[in-house]
Design a protein around this ligand. Structure first.
Ligand SMILES: Nc1ncnc2c1ncn2[C@@H]1O[C@H](COP(=O)(O)OP(=O)(O)OP(=O)(O)O)[C@@H](O)[C@H]1O
Length: 302
């Protein structure tokens, strides 16, 4: 279990992270989402006491600094290519292993796990971004930690690599570990994460189950087909719904769920031929939650 309490950090007059508190549960993948510059990387550095700032983060009750062999408790990937360009990949991992009392056998195990066997004796200088990420992930996994903190681990991975990473992180969470992972890829997060921490301009916007975040956006709609729409339409509007014609002969209703629409149809004597709930996507919910908190916004295409 990770518990972050009152995290804060300013750069000059800019408040990059502002009184941020959240929890990350074991046995699940927790996605860390926020627009560009919202403070994700700063938060992760604060959690590991790599930046001076306010607040505390505990990992199963202890701060990072209190852990005797930190790598055996918390594995972290914070930036792309965090290794010496000319030190061979395997030697880099062996050095980290030695410093943390981890066996050489484990070094070879993680090299296999991330699929770098064929280049393990090569120098990272020649690695692609994706290969570098795999080496960073290998380093994070070296101490077989109970907690993982990964900043944009899918950066530079190809589609097969992203699928591999998803399966790996789900597997690790399934073993009871806490996995905290930031990503810009919302569609990937939608299939990877069970829980979310969402921030905007350094402040917490949401912390909870992905499904609750999407439902609470209120962006879900219901497609209704009824031969008695002339009766049902005004009835739904009087109950607070908004109606839009289509698709096809359906009417798209927002503001009421399927049960409320079914009740309204029953009470007004309207026949229902179809009632289809359409959930909002994580992307729609994220954009609705962070729309006003976006610092860097591209221009409209016109
Ligand atoms: N070393 C620094 N000096 C000054 N300002 C900084 C520094 N590092 C980060 N910032 C500022 O703090 C804010 C948060 O940055 P951070 O990198 O934590 O955001 P992020 O959510 O990780 O961004 P991205 O999604 O683009 O990687 C930004 O406005 C950034 O400009």
């Amino acid at each position: 279990m990770i518990e972050a309490r009152g995290l804060g950090k300013s750069y000059g007059s800019k408040r990059a992270v502002d009184d941020l508190s959240f929890t990350v549960k074991p046995g699940s993948v927790t996605g860390f989402l926020g627009p560009n510059g919202s403070g994700k990387s700063t938060t992760m550095r604060l959690m590991l006491s790599l930046d001076a700032g306010q607040g505390t983060t505990t990992f199963d009750g202890r701060t990072f600094g209190e852990l005797r062999h930190p790598m055996r408790h918390v594995g972290a990937l914070l930036e792309a290519k965090p290794f010496h360009p000319t030190r061979r990949a395997r030697d880099h991992l062996r050095m980290l292993a030695a410093a943390n009392d981890v066996s050489t056998q484990r070094v070879d195990e993680v090299i296999r796990l991330v699929g770098l066997e064929s280049v393990a004796r090569g120098r990272p200088r020649k690695f692609s971004l994706g290969m570098g990420q795999r080496l960073g992930i290998a380093a994070a996994l070296l101490g077989d930690p109970h907690t993982l903190l990964l900043d944009e681990p899918s950066n530079g991975l190809d589609p097969q690599g992203i699928t591999w990473l998803r399966q790996l992180l789900k597997h690790l969470a399934g073993e009871g570990r806490s996995v905290f992972v930031s990503s810009h890829l919302l569609q990937e997060m939608a299939v990877l994460a069970d829980e979310l921490v969402v921030i905007g301009r350094g402040k917490l916007l949401a912390n909870g189950a992905v499904a609750d975040f999407v439902t609470s956006s209120g962006l879900g709609t219901v497609e209704v087909v009824s031969p008695d729409m002339a009766t049902l339409g005004p009835e739904l509007e009087s109950r607070g719904a908004t109606l839009v014609a289509g698709p096809g002969d359906a009417t798209t209703v927002s503001g009421l769920d399927a049960a409320a629409i079914g009740d309204a149809a029953h009470e007004s004597g309207a026949r229902l031929h179809q009632l289809t709930t359409r959930q909002a996507s994580l992307e729609e919910a994220f954009l609705a939650a962070t729309g006003l908190d976006e610092e860097f916004r591209g221009g409209d295409q016109s």
